[in-house]
Design a protein. Sequence first.
Length: 221
Amino acid sequence: MTDSAKLFATQGEDLVEKHPSLALQWKEEHPYILGKSLLVDVQGLLLYSYSIELHHTENFPYLFPVLFETGGELPRNMEWHVYPHTGNCCLKTLPEELISCCKGINLNTFYEQEVIPYFFNQLYRKKWGYYYSERSHGVLGDIEFYAELLKEQDIPKITQHLRFIAGSKTEPNRTNLCYCGSGKKYRYCHREAYRTLRSLNPGLLALLLTNLENGLKQAPS
């Protein structure tokens, strides 16, 4: 058994202790979580439940586990944030996932901060016909994330930000003018965005830049 699988199993034991509607299961040497994801209101009353499986991958804890809704509640298409060919749930854009996992994630925190909100949003759509909040699919969702983080809507400028951050050897001095050309001091402008993106190693950041540029080339004009 790999160290990653052992970690998932250890954290899985903590998860099911806190959430008794879930159980830790094994398929050969591969651990996974099986059970009901319970959605409760602020008073602790049950609103709804979804049948789920949460599967370990060898990239854990530096990528999300793979989540499946197994009760047939969600259509297998991207409009419902479910990958049609594999059937697993789409929780976040890749850059958001990588940033969330850059220091390794805890399974219980992941369940409470990613899985439960995902299903609450699905329940909201079931009731009202649309999501409370969501990103677009594919490269458009990535752009929306970068635009929010960088406070920049212009796509060429977003790619310029990413090229600078991916290629910089050292962080700009806090009192220097920001690299973006705004005329503001760096510490009042893009410091937090820079630090968020540089939480990734340079190889991953370069990969995200390449994915964005390739996605923009393939996107309809």
